[in-house]
Every structure is written in structure tokens, then in C-alpha cells.
Design a protein around this ligand. Sequence first.
Ligand SMILES: NC(=O)c1ccc[n+]([C@@H]2O[C@H](COP(=O)([O-])OP(=O)(O)OC[C@H]3O[C@@H](n4cnc5c(N)ncnc54)[C@H](OP(=O)(O)O)[C@@H]3O)[C@@H](O)[C@H]2O)c1
Length: 224
Amino acid sequence: MILITGVTRGLGRAMVTEFAKLGHTVAGCGRSPTAIEALAQQVGKPHDFAAVDVADDAAVAGWAERVLAEVGVPDLVVNNAALINRNAPLWQVSANEFSEVIDVNLKGVANVIRHFAPPMLERRHGVIVNFSSGWGRSTSPEVAPYCATKWAIEGLTQALAQELPAGMAAVALNPGVINTEMLQSCFGAGAAGYPTPERWARAAVPFLLKLGPRDTGRPQTAPS
Ligand SMILES: NC(=O)c1ccc[n+]([C@@H]2O[C@H](COP(=O)([O-])OP(=O)(O)OC[C@H]3O[C@@H](n4cnc5c(N)ncnc54)[C@H](OP(=O)(O)O)[C@@H]3O)[C@@H](O)[C@H]2O)c1
């Protein structure tokens, strides 16, 4: 079973189609209930979609309890959900917007790991992939809050890899540059020159499925 956060659009939505096509059962979440309902209609059973905000630890706890009982223990967790701040120099980013980016991109990942990892640890099996970015390894102006979270994801993931038992893996993944709403927010019209999420997922999903214990703690970049 594959668990994916942020499945209502962009890379998450494209991964759902591709994993399902390859015969995997997917459980996913996003915040928008209408988008989640539409996705459930389109993809159908045995896949499972829920309106959950990963920044809400109690909501993630409830989601995990139900998914673990009804769908099963994940073989692969893909922490994909994230936000980017509106382009602005750091001193112009409000405290609220800064907190929102940290709450989703960093604390949201920890929330998902807190509630889904224990049964994976019991089985000593499974891979946890945390989506990083080129901006988790380099920086640009006007996206400082986002860069801060993705650099943090790299560190969090390496420390997690040191904690996991043999047989499991934690990997920070830079997906590359793909034309999604997030890219349109930071690149503007320039985003149109990059591949679609559907094209990206055709190469990225087989790559994700091959990640295993030998990759743990080693930063990865998806094929383009
Ligand atoms: N696109 C790129 O070129 C690129 C480059 C580097 C890294 N990345 C990373 O790749 C991942 C996917 O990005 P994307 O480009 O596909 O972004 P996107 O098009 O903006 O999609 C983000 C997804 O995350 C969901 N989401 C946001 N906040 C959430 C929350 N609190 N709880 C649950 N779901 C939430 C959104 O749905 P709702 O709004 O319905 O919640 C949406 O489904 C992110 O981690 C991003 O940082 C992307």
C-alpha cells in the first residue's frame, strides 16, 4: 500500500494515477473536500482518499487509525504535500504566512511519520520519502520560508534514516522542476516551459518504487 499526502493536484494527483495503473493500492489526503470527493469518484476502490490537513496532528492521528485498520500498513509513505510562500523578501512575509509554510512543509511531515511509522517499524519494512526540492539544496531570493522548510526536510530525513532499523529507509527526494500550481506561483509564466506532472510521474513513480534500504539517508533526485 502506498500512502501519499497532497493528492488533489500537481505531483500528488499524477502519482495516484501512476501507482494505481501499476496495480498498487493508494491511500491519500488533501485539504479540499470537494477535490477529494472528485478524486474518489474518478479513481474508485480499493483506493482511499480523505480530506485531512497534514498540519493538524489530531486529524492525521484519526486518519492514520482508520487507514491502518481499513487499508493496511504502508510499504511506501510519500510526504508530498507542501505550500510555497508568495514571492517576497523575507521581511515582507507575514508571521501567519511564515507559520503556515512551516506547519505544512515541516510539521506536517513529522505528523504523518508520527502516526504511520509505528506499524511499519513493527514489521521492519517500508520506505519513507520526504519531498525536498532543488531549494532544499540551494536557495533563491523571495522563497526563503520555503527554502528553510526544504533544507529542514533534508536534515530531518537524514536523522530519521539514522533512527530506522535495517530493512527500512528514509529518503529526501528532489522531484525536479515540474509545471504545477506551485511552480506557477514562484516562476510565473516561465513554469509553462517545464514538463507536466503526468509526464513527470511516468518516470518518477517507477523510480520511487525502486527505493529501498540501500538508499536510506542518501538524498535523491527524481529522473526527468
Ligand atoms: N513543482 C515543482 O517543480 C516542485 C519542485 C521542487 C519540489 N516540489 C515539491 O513537490 C511537492 C508537490 O508539489 P506540487 O508542485 O505538486 O504542488 P501543488 O501543485 O501546489 O500541490 C500541492 C498539493 O498538496 C496539498 N496540500 C497542501 N497543503 C496541504 C495540507 N496542509 N494538508 C494536506 N494536503 C495539502 C494540496 O492540496 P489542498 O490544497 O487540497 O490541500 C495539493 O494537492 C511539494 O512537496 C513541493 O515542495 C515541487
